[in-house]
Design a protein around this ligand. Structure first.
Ligand code: MN
Length: 485
C-alpha cells in the first residue's frame, strides 16, 4: 500500500484502505498455488491499475475483483460498502471469469468472449481490471499444471494481447505476449533467445552511442529531450521473423532495438527529426511514417524514421511528445488519467462533463462487436469475426482524401469500399491503388492510397465472396444477393 499512498488524496486513500481491509478479510487464510498469501494477487492487480493511472473506483474494484468468486464475500456487501459502480465492475469481472458451461472448449471460449464484449461496451473498466488480472496471472503461471498453463497462455495470445493492442495499450500487449511465448512455443522460444542475444547486444551498443550524440545535438538546438533505447519484445521479433520479406534472418530486422526521442511539444518533434536526419542519412525505401500528421486509427501518434548508422546498420528512431508516449504505452487507460486531471484542475471539457472519458470514435470497433453479437448466432462464425476482423493484424490504408481506414491483413479493395460505406461497396466498378488500376482480389498493404471507381448500378457479385476478408463485406454482399433472388 505504500506505493498507492503517494498517488491519492485523503478521501480516496481512506476508501482504498477500507477496500484493502475488506479484501484481506474475504481472502483470510487463502493461499495461491505458489504458497503465497492469496491477497498478493489482488494487491498486484490494484498496483497495475494504479500504474496505468486509472481512477480510484477501478483500483478498488481491482482489489475486490476476486472477493466474490474466490473469497467469502457477497456482491451485495460489496455494493453496500463501496457503492454501485464498484459492485458493477466486480460483478462484470466475475461474470467473465466464472462461466461454467457444458460444451466443447471452443463453445465455452466463444461464450466468454460474447460476455466480455457486452461488459466492455457497458464499462470499459471491467476489461481493464481483467487485463490487469490476466497480466498478474501470467507472471505467476509456473505453479499451475502443464496443461492448464498452456491453455491459459494460448488464450492470452489469442484474445488478451490483441485486445490490449486494440485498446492502444502497447506496453501491456508486449508484456502479455512475452510471458505467454515460452509456455506456448517452448522450443522456438529457447532457440530465438539464444540466437538473438548477440544481435540485441550489438544493437544496444550502437544505439547507446547514438543516444549520446543525439542528446548533445538536441541540447545544442535548445530542444529538451529524453532519449530511450528500447529492445524489441522477443515474441514480436519472432512474429516478424516469419514474414516472407524477412525469411527468418535476424540481421534484416532494423528495429530489434529502437530509439525513442521524447520531447515537450509537436514543434520539437519536427526539430528533432531534422536533427536526426542531419546526423544520420534516412534509409531510402525503408519507410518514413508521420503518425502525428496522420494518427493510426487506434489513436497512436509518433514519427517513425529509419536511418543509416556508421556501423553499417539501419536503426529505427521514433519521435513523440511525452503525452503521446503515455498514450502509446497506456492507450485508453491514459484517457481516464487526463479526464480526472482535467476535472481536478477545473478545465471545462465537454467529454468529461458527459462522463465519457474515451472519445467515441476510438471505440467504434467495440460497437461493431456488439452488433455482431446480436446478428451472428453461429459460434464459429462469430469467433472468426472477432479474432480476424476485430483483433487480427491490421493494415492502415488511406482514401484519396487522406482519411485512414483500419483493415485486417489480406483485405482487398472491396473490403475497403464496404469499410467506407455500404453504398460504395455495393456499387464498386473498379479500384485504383496508388493511382494504378488493380484487380478486386488485390491484397492491400499498409500505407497505400485506395480509390474506388463507382459504377452507376449496384452489382455486388457472388464471386467477391471468394476473396473478401472482412465480415462487414461478406454480410453486405450476401444481403444484396438474397435481395436480388
Ligand atoms: Mn484474479
Amino acid at each position: 500500500m505504500v506505493k498507492l499512498e503517494k498517488q491519492f488524496n485523503n478521501t480516496d486513500f481512506n476508501r482504498l484502505k477500507k477496500a484493502w481491509e475488506f479484501t484481506k478479510l474475504a481472502h483470510h487464510g487463502q493461499e495461491r498455488l505458489s504458497g503465497d498469501p492469496f491477497v498478493s494477487h489482488p494487491l498486484a492487480v490494484a498496483n497495475f491499475l494504479a500504474d496505468w493511472k486509472l481512477d480510484t473506483t477501478s483500483i478498488i474494484a481491482g482489489l475486490l475483483h476476486d472477493t466474490v468468486e474466490d473469497g467469502g464475500a457477497k456482491i451485495e456487501d460489496v455494493e453496500k460498502e463501496f457503492g454501485e459502480e464498484v459492485a458493477r465492475i466486480v460483478d462484470g469481472v466475475t461474470k467473465i471469469s466464472t462461466l461454467r458451461l457444458q460444451g466443447t472448449k471452443e463453445e465455452v471460449f466463444v461464450e466468454n468472449l460474447r460476455r466480455m464484449i457486452l461488459v466492455m461496451a457497458r464499462d470499459l473498466r471491467v476489461v481493464l481490471v481483467k487485463l490487469a488480472d490476466r497480466l498478474h496471472n501470467m507472471q505467476t503461471l509456473s505453479p499451475l499444471p502443464k496443461g492448464k498453463r498452456i491453455e491459459i497462455a494460448q488464450n492470452t495470445l489469442d484474445i488478451y494481447a490483441p485486445l490490449a493492442d486494440r485498446l492502444g495499450m502497447g506496453k501491456v500487449k508486449g508484456e502479455l505476449e512475452d510471458l505467454a511465448f515460452p509456455f506456448v512455443y517452448p522450443n522456438e522460444y529457447q532457440k530465438l533467445k539464444q540466437e538473438s542475444a548477440v544481435y540485441y547486444k550489438k544493437a544496444d551498443e550502437v544505439t547507446n552511442k547514438m543516444k549520446k550524440k543525439l542528446l548533445k545535438e538536441l541540447a545544442g538546438e535548445g530542444v529538451k529531450a529524453e532519449v530511450h533505447v528500447r529492445a524489441k519484445h522477443l515474441y514480436s521479433l519472432w512474429k516478424k521473423l516469419q514474414r516472407p520479406e524477412v525469411s527468418g534472418d535476424i540481421a534484416k530486422i532494423y528495429d530489434i532495438v529502437a530509439m525513442r526521442i521524447l520531447v515537450k511539444n509537436v514543434a520539437d518533434c519536427y526539430t528533432a527529426l531534422g536533427i536526426v536526419h542531419k546526423i544520420y542519412r534516412p534509409a531510402p525505401h525503408a519507410g518514413f511514417s508521420d503518425f502525428i500528421a496522420q494518427p493510426k486509427p487506434n489513436g497512436y501518434r509518433s514519427i517513425h524514421t529509419k536511418v543509416f548508422v556508421p556501423e553499417g546498420k539501419t536503426v529505427e528512431v521514433q519521435i513523440r511528445t511525452n503525452l503521446m508516449h503515455d498514450e502509446a504505452e497506456n492507450g485508453v487507460a491514459a484517457h481516464w488519467h487526463y479526464a480526472s486531471f482535467k476535472e481536478a484542475s477545473g478545465v471545462k471539457d465537454e467529454l468529461v462533463e458527459k462522463g465519457v472519458f474515451v472519445p467515441e470514435e476510438k471505440l467504434a470497433w467495440v460497437k461493431q462487436l456488439v452488433s455482431w453479437q446480436d446478428e451472428i448466432a453461429d459460434s464459429e462464425e462469430f469467433l472468426k469475426a472477432v479474432k480476424f476482423d476485430a483483433l487480427g493484424h491490421r493494415q492502415f490504408v488511406f482514401s484519396p482524401k487522406g482519411d485512414v481506414f483500419d483493415l485486417p491483413a489480406g483485405a482487398t479493395p472491396i473490403d475497403f469500399a464496404y469499410a467506407v460505406h455500404t453504398d460504395l461497396g455495393d456499387s464498386t466498378a473498379g479500384a485504383k491503388v496508388d493511382g494504378k488500376l488493380v484487380p478486386f482480389d488485390y491484397e492491400l498493404k499498409s500505407g497505400q492510397v485506395v480509390e474506388i471507381i463507382k459504377g452507376k448500378q449496384k452489382k455486388p457479385s457472388a464471386d467477391w465472396l471468394e476473396f473478401v476478408k472482412t465480415t462487414v463485406a461478406k454480410r453486405h454482399i450476401n444481403k444484396h444477393l438474397r435481395k436480388k433472388n
